[in-house]
Ligand binder design. Structure first.
Ligand code: PLP
Length: 408
């Protein structure tokens, strides 16, 4: 079996590509013509084929194939953003009266999303998922799904992944893992029994801050015959396909947040260098966090690679490295805004997984709208600063942070 990068680079060529092109071409066609009988069969799912770009496109399919291979899964569906992928979960798989157990440590917009769906009659309980006991205690007879992030954005809490996976498998509950912060290169949620994986393709997979996308990947670990919300039409297909078929039908067909062929192409190009970029970013993050830990102006550093991180042992056991995001707090009285403005290389900006190092004060920006109460629940202090470490030469990054610390 070829390695991670070899597989990504040569995935498109497993099928015939026009003119020997090394990339899957960008198919811009919205509609697809067939013999009339074939058209009917394609619409009725009796024959493979494309019909209309909202539900599928050859360039997007090529990316979906790559994502499936990256996670050693069975199928993938792409969306126009990571949030569209997460939003597809309640759209396609939940109904009023269902219950979801969510980690309390989630990306702010994902936290918002699970609060928003409670207006539609779906119940959500937020728990500290770093301990499986809290997940187990929140389960009810109507719990259909458990949703966690691997490394939580931005405070880096790590869900009790192995034990939550075992619990969900034993009870036949669908476990969905947002693995954006670990990427398919550092961790496979399939290994702990997750049924579905979510990625914001915008981040490490695309990697260049020039395209937005998201995906859901079926690991093949969940028995869809145990899921109560599959509609009769979908049940005509083989059981293994139920989950993704329903997601493609209900979310892409009915809600329409599809990825464009152009974006799929750009994400596929970015993905070719993912392993190289992530290795460099993890190296830089390790250097930078070690330096900050030793600085008298720094109050705390949150990075799973540090020995004092509460889930350091779990991260070492499950992940092949500790990721490119960390957060930290400066000592009381030091103005984070002044610090950020003293940096010459790191850019004050939101986003994660870019080639450039990005830095942002959290409570005043990306977590401003969730309000002080929910920020406190997520352990986000007013002085928390998040860093997405890029691929710059580490000596340059270290000296940039050092000179900024000296100035404040
Ligand atoms: N999941 C995580 C962990 C994220 O950090 C983000 C965005 O920052 C998303 C999902 C949403 O992805 P997108 O920005 O592509 O909608």
């Amino acid at each position: 079996m070829p390695g991670f990068t070899t597989t990504i680079l040569h995935s498109d060529r497993q099928n015939i590509i026009e003119h020997g092109s090394v990339h899957k071409p960008i198919h811009s066609s919205v509609t697809y013509g067939h013999d009339a009988r074939d058209l009917i069969d394609v619409f009725q799912g009796k024959k493979d084929g494309y019909r209309y770009a909202r539900q599928g496109n050859p360039t997007v399919s090529a990316l979906e194939d790559k994502l499936t291979k990256m996670e050693q899964g069975v199928a993938s569906v792409c969306f126009s953003s990571g949030m569209a992928a997460i939003g597809a979960l309640p759209q396609a798989l939940l109904k009023a009266g269902d219950h979801v157990v969510c980690s309390i440590f989630l990306f702010g917009n994902t936290n918002n999303l699970w609060h928003t769906v409670t207006n539609l009659g779906i119940n959500a309980t937020f728990v500290d998922a770093t301990d499986v006991y809290n997940v187990e205690a929140a389960l009810t007879p109507t719990t259909r799904m458990v949703f966690v992030e691997t490394i939580a954005n931005p405070r880096t809490q790590i869900a009790d992944l192995e034990k939550i996976g075992k619990l969900c498998q034993a009870l036949g509950i669908l476990l969905v893992v947002d693995s954006t912060l670990t990427s398919p290169y550092l961790f496979h949620p399939k290994s702990i029994g997750a049924g579905l994986i979510v990625h914001s393709l915008t981040k490490a997979i695309a990697g260049h801050a020039d395209v937005v996308g998201g995906c859901i990947i079926d690991t093949g670990q969940f028995d869809w015959s145990r899921y109560p919300n599959i509609v009769e039409q979908i049940k005509k297909q083989p059981v293994a396909q139920w989950g993704m078929s329903q997601i493609r039908a209900k979310s892409l067909r009915d809600f329409g947040a599809c990825l464009s062929a152009e974006s799929a192409h750009q994400i596929a190009i970015g993905a070719e260098t993912m392993a190289l970029r992530i290795e460099r970013q993890c190296h830089n993050a390790t250097q930078l966090t070690a330096m900050l830990m030793g600085d008298p102006k720094v109050a705390a550093v949150y990075y799973p690679g540090l020995e004092n991180h509460p889930q350091h042992a779990l991260a070492s056991q499950l992940f092949s490295a500790y990721g490119s995001m960390f957060s930290f707090e400066l000592k009381t009285g030091i103005d984070p805004v002044q610090f950020l403005n003293c940096l010459n290389i790191a850019i004050s900006a939101t986003h994660l997984g870019d080639n450039r190092t990005l830095i942002i004060p959290v409570a005043q920006t990306i977590f401003f709208e969730v309000g002080p109460l929910r920020r406190a629940e997520m352990q986000i202090s007013d002085s928390l600063i998040r860093v997405s470490v890029g691929i710059e030469d580490s000596v340059d990054l270290l000296s940039d942070f050092k000179q900024a610390l000296e100035q404040i």
